[in-house]
Ligand binder design. Structure first.
Ligand code: C2E
Ligand code: SIN
Ligand code: SIN
Ligand code: FE
Ligand code: FE
Length: 375
């Protein structure tokens, strides 16, 4: 074994570069979001090349455009660039077409002289380098782009760096993007389930989205972390999913329920829990919302008759949101109450139906919405 080269504090350039890449890769692997994974890579490109700005674009399947998902450095202040920041690059953009057909990164020293970079000079981009990110089926999923504002002759070291980035980090960002796609698909599916139920329940249209937004605002006001807020959102979409198993004769009954009908109605909580458990990816905290949304602080709720802090905090907060929305909405069995009447009812039930510490949090969250609409 030979000792370290000249200086302990400055490893050889190649080793330093490898360590940098290793570090970037670790950042990407640990990243919870696409932007968090990709931004350090973009920063390195701007730091270690002549590029003044760098951005990662990713395909939005909804409208087949490539949207900016992360950017760093200097962007030309042209209207065209602002439009791209807002609406993305259409898939027909010549540079993206060229990238879709290329296995390697592409380098253009002068955007005025090549058909692949048509449109870029008008944006204020004088030279550009682009690296493709592919989905597993080979489709162009995304692109790392970096640019200079004056013509620039891309050097071998810059070519090597972007190639390395696109060969390693880009593959990882492809994985992250796939996970994000899967999460969005699940989210859409859960919301669709909630909306389907809402359609049948005769609940005022929009109950699912309204109660979800109210719960998220209240959770944010409490400083809940993103995991807990996500669980709250999923729980909110699904809280009444067990009503799918309730016959129309009970669910849509205009008048009061008989004792027997109440037994059926109350079963929606346990039925919902069974449905939710079948969704393996659902976080445990989301189950709390479904399980506990009809428990009462006093212990008089159902299905378990839990009391006070024996009820999950997700369930306690959500119950308030659900009831606020039930009160202010029309139901087959009741008319809509005013905001003021609903607030008075929540306060009257503090320490009975509801956690007294959470009542005002939800009232404030409900009033925020009013302010936002007026503003
Ligand atoms: P929902 O309509 O979504 O109501 C959700 C919850 O809002 C109710 O859960 C209850 O906790 C609360 N809530 C509704 N009205 C009032 C009220 O006047 N005061 C207070 N403090 N809270 C109120 P709950 O009672 O367990 O009912 C569960 C579901 O059973 C309701 O969901 C609804 O689908 C059905 N339901 C409840 N009461 C009746 C009724 O009289 N007739 C019919 N047909 N269905 C009913
Ligand atoms: C960029 O390099 O960040 C943007 C260049 C482009 O929009 O084509
Ligand atoms: C919504 O209710 O659609 C907003 C919640 C979300 O999907 O983030
Ligand atoms: Fe319910
Ligand atoms: Fe509800």
């Amino acid at each position: 074994m030979t000792g370290p080269a000249a200086d302990d504090h400055h490893p050889p350039a190649g080793e330093q570069a490898a360590q940098d890449m290793l570090h970037l890769t670790q950042l990407v692997l640990a990243a919870q979001t696409l932007a968090a994974g990709v931004t350090p890579t973009l920063e390195k490109l701007v730091r270690d090349t002549a590029a003044q700005g760098s951005a990662y674009f990713q395909l939005e399947s909804r409208d087949l455009s490539y949207r900016v998902r992360a950017a760093t450095g200097e962007m030309p202040a042209t209207p065209g660039m602002q439009a791209i920041a807002a609406h993305g690059l259409p898939a027909e953009t010549p540079l993206l077409q060229a990238l879709a057909a290329s296995r390697q990164p592409l380098f253009f020293d002068d955007t005025r002289s090549r058909h692949e970079t048509a449109g870029l000079p008008e944006l204020g981009v004088a030279s550009v380098a682009a690296a493709p990110v592919r989905a597993s089926d080979g489709r162009l999923l995304g692109a790392f782009l970096m640019h200079t504002l004056d013509p620039h002759c891309w050097q071998p070291t810059e070519v090597a760096l972007l190639t390395l980035v696109s060969g390693t980090v880009a593959a990882l960002s492809g994985r992250l993007a796939a996970e994000e796609d899967a999460r969005q698909a699940r989210e859409a599916a859960l919301r669709a389930l909630g909306l389907m139920l809402e359609a049948r329940d005769g609940e005022t249209h929009g109950h699912t989205d309204r109660v979800t937004r109210l719960a998220l605002r209240a959770g944010q006001a409490l400083g809940w972390d993103p995991d807990r807020l996500e669980a709250l959102r999923w729980g909110a979409y699904l809280h009444d999913i067990g009503k799918i198993a309730i016959p129309d004769a009970v669910l849509l009954k205009p008048g009061r329920l008989t004792e027997e009908e109440w037994v059926t109605m109350r079963s929606h909580v346990e039925a919902g829990e069974r449905f939710a458990r079948a969704l393996a990816f659902l976080p445990p905290l989301a189950l709390n919302v479904i399980q506990d949304h009809h428990e009462h602080w006093s212990g008089q709720g159902y299905p378990a008759g839990k009391q006070a802090e024996g009820i999950s905090v997700e369930g306690r907060l959500f119950a308030l949101c659900d009831v606020y929305d039930a009160l202010t909405s029309e139901r087959p069995y009741k008319r809509a109450w005013t905001h003021e009447a609903a607030v008075a009812e929540l306060r009257a039930q503090a320490g009975q139906q509801f956690d007294p510490e959470l009542v005002e949090v939800v009232i404030r969250a409900a009033e925020d919405r009013g302010d936002a609409l007026l503003a």
